[in-house]
Ligand binder design. Structure first.
Ligand SMILES: [Zn+2]
Length: 260
């Protein structure tokens, strides 16, 4: 039997009698040897079972892993794009790139990760980098395909997302919700009521909410009560607890890194 054939396409000139494939540029892919022999110098024999007709077992596995990694990247990109278009994450989460953290940020992150089944209230002074901790939590969740949202509550930030029906529904259902700068929100009866509603829905479904603020939970509850004539307050913050899952209070105790 002879393999000899003229090809003259895709950069391949011909196949010789032994089945070796000759490229126009002079390279030769020897019959039965991994295709990577002409790319990266692999000299393993083709594994006809796992490598198809081209790859050795090792290169076939690497190729599969690359495809899988690419699929995951695509999935992550899509999740980021969808979350952005729904108003569930700000650009800071979408564009987050890993960088070195201050030790207090790492400690807070570890504590949050160690208590992933509970809500948390992360408190620290302004400028200590606590928002970044929340950004990392949400970014990581999305990378693992876990629906998550990050709301910058300052000003009308919270009300603005709650006024959009689909976004509001999503905020009640995502596995992880980070509420940043909650005490900086403009407190109206509407905003306080919606905060109460979304936290109630999440409480009933035992979905994790992480609040990040310069006030403690108690301080925020008092502020909320004073601004709503006592209609809202402790009951809102209490929604972060459920049976078997007390909210974890974390005092980050960082330094102001913005002034450095
Ligand atoms: Zn190979």
């Amino acid at each position: 039997m002879t393999y000899a054939r003229e090809i003259h396409s895709h950069g391949i000139s011909h196949i010789d009698e032994e089945g070796n494939m000759h490229y126009d540029d002079g390279r030769v892919w020897n019959h039965g040897v991994c295709i990577n022999s002409i790319v990266s110098g692999c000299h393993n024999p083709v594994d006809w079972q796992t490598g198809g007709t081209s790859y050795c077992r090792k290169c076939a596995a690497e190729y599969d892993a690359e495809c899988e990694a690419e699929r995951k990247r695509d999935q992550f990109d899509r999740m980021i794009a969808d979350s952005m278009s729904m108003g569930l994450i700000p650009r800071a989460v979408a564009n987050y790139r890993e960088r070195g953290l201050y030790h207090w940020q790492s400690n807070a992150l570890n504590e949050l990760r160690a208590n992933r089944d509970r809500c948390a209230w992360l408190q620290d002074i302004p400028g200590a980098g606590k928002s970044e901790v929340g950004i990392i939590l949400v970014h990581t969740a999305l990378r693992y395909g876990v629906p998550a949202a990050f709301v910058d509550c300052a000003g009308t930030g919270f009300q603005d997302v709650m006024r959009q029906h689909n976004t509001r529904t999503a905020l009640e259902r995502v596995k992880l919700l980070v509420l940043d700068d909650i005490s900086k929100m403009t407190v109206t009866d509407y905003a306080a009521g919606e905060l109460h509603n979304v936290l109630t829905a999440r409480n009933q479904a035992k979905l994790r909410t992480v609040v990040i603020d310069e006030k403690t939970g108690n301080e925020f509850a008092k502020m909320l009560a004073s601004k709503t004539d006592g209609r809202f307050g402790n009951s809102v913050v209490d929604r972060l607890n459920w049976k078997g899952g007390q909210c974890v209070a974390i005092a980050m105790q960082g330094e102001n890194i913005r002034r450095k």
